[in-house]
Ligand binder design. Structure first.
Ligand code: AMP
Length: 268
C-alpha cells in the first residue's frame, strides 16, 4: 500500500536482542524512507553451532520497546515454519568465489549459505528500496553487496558504521552472554585493532600479524580464531609489495569463554 503512494521502504534485517548498533541502522532508515521495516528472525540455518543457536538471546518485549523508540513502522517477526515451510531447509547454492571461503566462511562452514538464503527470502517478502547493514559484520556486508550486484536486484545496500561501547567493544547481541571477566578480556579485540592501525605502513604485514598473535597469548583469556588484513571489497589478503588501490580492513574473530566475537577496522 505504501509503495502505491510512492513511498520508499527502508529495511533493517536483524536477529533481535536489539542494541544501539541496530538502533543506528533504524535511525539511518528513518531519515531516508517513509516506511521503516525491521525483521527479527533468529535464522537456524546460519548457525553452525547448536549451542550458539540455543543460547541466542531473545528479549522480545525489550526489542519491541527499542523499535517503538526508533519509530519503526513495521516489525516482521516470522516463525521458522513461515520462512522454511514444511521444514524445507534447502539453501541457495551461490558462487561467491573466494568471498565465502575465507575468515568467517572458513571458521563457520555453511554460515554464509544460510545467511544469504534468509536475506534473499526477506528481500523478496519485504521488497525494500534500501536495506541497511552494519560494517560490524564486514564479510557478510561484502557478500550481500556482491549478491545484489550479481542478481541485479533493485535494492540499495547501505553500509552503516560499527557502534561501540565507550570502552571500544563493538556492540553485539552476543555481548549479553559475557561474564564480567570475559567482557574485560574482550576489550583486547578493539585494542589490538587500534594497535594494528598504528603499526600499519610502518611494519610488514607478517610482523603485524605476529604482534596480534602474541597479544592473544594464553594469559589474554581469549582464543584467537583468525586475524586477517584484507582488501575491501575483494577480501584478498594484503601482501607486502603488492599494494592495490583499495581500502584495507583488519578483521578479527576471537572467543571469550564460549562466546565468539568478531570485529574489524578500516586501516587504510
Ligand atoms: P544481527 O542482529 O547481529 O544479525 O545484526 C543485524 C544487523 O545489525 C546487521 O546488519 C549487523 O551488521 C548490524 N549490527 C550488529 N551490531 C552492530 C554494531 N555494533 N554496529 C552497527 N551495526 C551492527
Amino acid at each position: 500500500m505504501a509503495r502505491g503512494k510512492g513511498a520508499t521502504i527502508g529495511f533493517v534485517p536483524t536477529m533481535g536482542a536489539l542494541h544501539e548498533g541496530h538502533k543506528s541502522l533504524l535511525d539511518y532508515a528513518r531519515k531516508e524512507n517513509e516506511v521503516v521495516v525491521c525483521s527479527i528472525f533468529v535464522n537456524p540455518t546460519q548457525f553452525n553451532n547448536a549451542d550458539d543457536l540455543k543460547h541466542y538471546p531473545r528479549p522480545q518485549s525489550e526489542d519491541i520497546q527499542l523499535l517503538e523508540e526508533s519509530h519503526c513502522d513495521i516489525l516482521f517477526e516470522p516463525s521458522v515454519e513461515e520462512m522454511y515451510p514444511g521444514k524445507d531447509y534447502t539453501l541457495l547454492n551461490e558462487d561467491f568465489g573466494m568471498l565465502d571461503k575465507v575468515m568467517e566462511g572458513k571458521s563457520r562452514p555453511g554460515h554464509f549459505a544460510g545467511m544469504i538464503t534468509i536475506v534473499s527470502k526477506l528481500f523478496q517478502l519485504v521488497n525494500p528500496d534500501i536495506a541497511y547493514f552494519g560494517r560490524k559484520d564486514f564479510q557478510q556486508l561484502m557478500l550481500i553487496k556482491y549478491f545484489v550486484t550479481e542478481h541485479k536486484l533493485p535494492i540499495i545496500i547501505r553500509d552503516c558504521p560499527t557502534i561501540r561501547d565507550k570502552d571500544g567493544l563493538a556492540l553485539s547481541s552476543r555481548n549479553k552472554r559475557l561474564s564480567e571477566t570475559e567482557r574485560m578480556d574482550a576489550l583486547l579485540i578493539p585494542q589490538s585493532l587500534r594497535k594494528v592501525k598504528e603499526m600499519w605502513r610502518k611494519y610488514p604485514v607478517e610482523e603485524i600479524k605476529e604482534t596480534v598473535q602474541n597479544l592473544f597469548s594464553d594469559e589474554s583469556g581469549l582464543g584467537l580464531d583468525y586475524f586477517e588484513i584484507v582488501y575491501e571489497p575483494t577480501l584478498e589478503p594484503v601482501i607486502d609489495g603488492q599494494t592495490r588501490k583499495l581500502p584495507v580492513v583488519a578483521c578479527i574473530a576471537a572467543k571469550a569463554g564460549k562466546v565468539r566475537l568478531i570485529d574489524n577496522l578500516v586501516i587504510q
